[in-house]
Design a protein around this ligand. Sequence first.
Ligand code: HEC
Ligand code: HEC
Length: 401
Amino acid sequence: MPRQENLRWIASLGLIGVWMVGLVLGSAPGLFGPGGAFSGAGMLFAQAAESTSFQPKFPLGIPGDLWSILVPAENPMTSAKVELGRKLYFDKRLSADNTVACSTCHDAAFAFADEERVAVGIKHQKGARNSPTVLNAVFNEFQFWDGRAPTLEEQAKQPLTNPVEMGMPSHDAVVSKLKGVPEYVKAFKDVFGGEITIDRAVQAIAAFERTLVAGDSSFDRFVAGDQTALSDSAKRGWNLFQNKGRCISCHAFNSTSPFFTDNKFHNIGVAMNAKSFDALARKAATLSGGSLSTLAHDEAYAELGRFLVSRQPKDIGAFKTPGLRNVALTPPYLHDGSQATLADVVDFYDKGGEPNPNLDGGIVKLNLTAEEKGDLVEFMKALTSDDIAREAKSRVAEQKK
Ligand code: HEC
Ligand code: HEC
């Protein structure tokens, strides 16, 4: 389907939030083929019965074969399930006081992250970590900064009952609440052939998240052979990224996994910005039990990072290497939101991170010139997906009205 037609088709739907399909479609070609549960439009749930098969098309730079492998056999993609998941993702009723949805902290206006230093949940409570984008989260080997969830399904269960996020008393309470909404009762029956359960709810949300795939950046066009797609500064930045800056050793990029992450955990010293390593290690020694989800949002423990999961002293202060696609759209940075701009992050690396006994061997003083620092930032800006930037801009403009 030609791009113009795609856009007209999306416009004709007139549903709040359905732009999402447009977002992926807009990058010609998109993840959804035409004729799915969305066509015909109008009624959000009316179409859910047709579990039409799912024909993904991927934006430039995104490996479709990897995506296909990552869809779990027990949670196959259907258009109706994606639509149900989309509805749940944007629904504030999933929180205790109906004020917070997944989309509150993973907001399309901010490339599916938010602009807060650390996450803010119900009753304006602050968490201890910065909200990462959910764009391309389908490609993460582990979810969360400390990797405590192995799948998108397991991930989605945690914020629902986290007291400082969505604050529901239990997963049973989430299910009872959803059962009070007739549209959901019908949609779950149509999609899953049965009643609402927490596992089905997170399956639908995860299916929706698997459509949040972003590519089609200047850098992708450059890799595809368009030499004019990058400015000279961004080209120099790409070179620095691979060589003098050593960035690529952790922010790995290759054709099978073009997401700028090695999916591993490293201590680059961020957790030692405010505290001493000794204090952190003492904290680690006091740890016996405790729910991982709660500890990760408790300021006293969150900085232990991967240690919370592995309980290996070498992992004290280690966090997951985040992917860098669309990073220019998601300030502030690092797991604690401690750096305001990309230039600040580059300065942090230039000085060799924050020295501590667990500092990763890959982190050294870089001695970058001012021009080189600027080039690295220009390179990272070239990782912005056109459609994601466009959507963020129009959403921010809307919110300002
Ligand atoms: C109050 C803000 C908030 C809400 C609400 C929230 N999240 Fe998050 N999300 C976060 C933060 C903060 C993290 C990182 C936490 C950590 O690493 O300990 C995160 C992590 C994630 C990740 C992992 C991404 C990665 O790169 O590791 C995914 C996926 C995600 N959230 C999806 C969801 C879904 C789905 C919902 C709704 C069911 C949701 N979030 C609700 C703040 C929020
Ligand atoms: C030793 C591995 C390693 C190297 C080398 C490395 N990074 Fe990172 N990077 C990480 C980890 C781990 C984090 C998250 C750390 C944290 O928050 O505690 C991160 C975070 C970032 C972030 C913040 C992203 C976000 O969403 O908050 C940016 C930007 C970044 N790195 C860019 C770079 C650049 C540019 C270089 C080269 C100058 C580089 N990195 C070198 C591992 C590395």
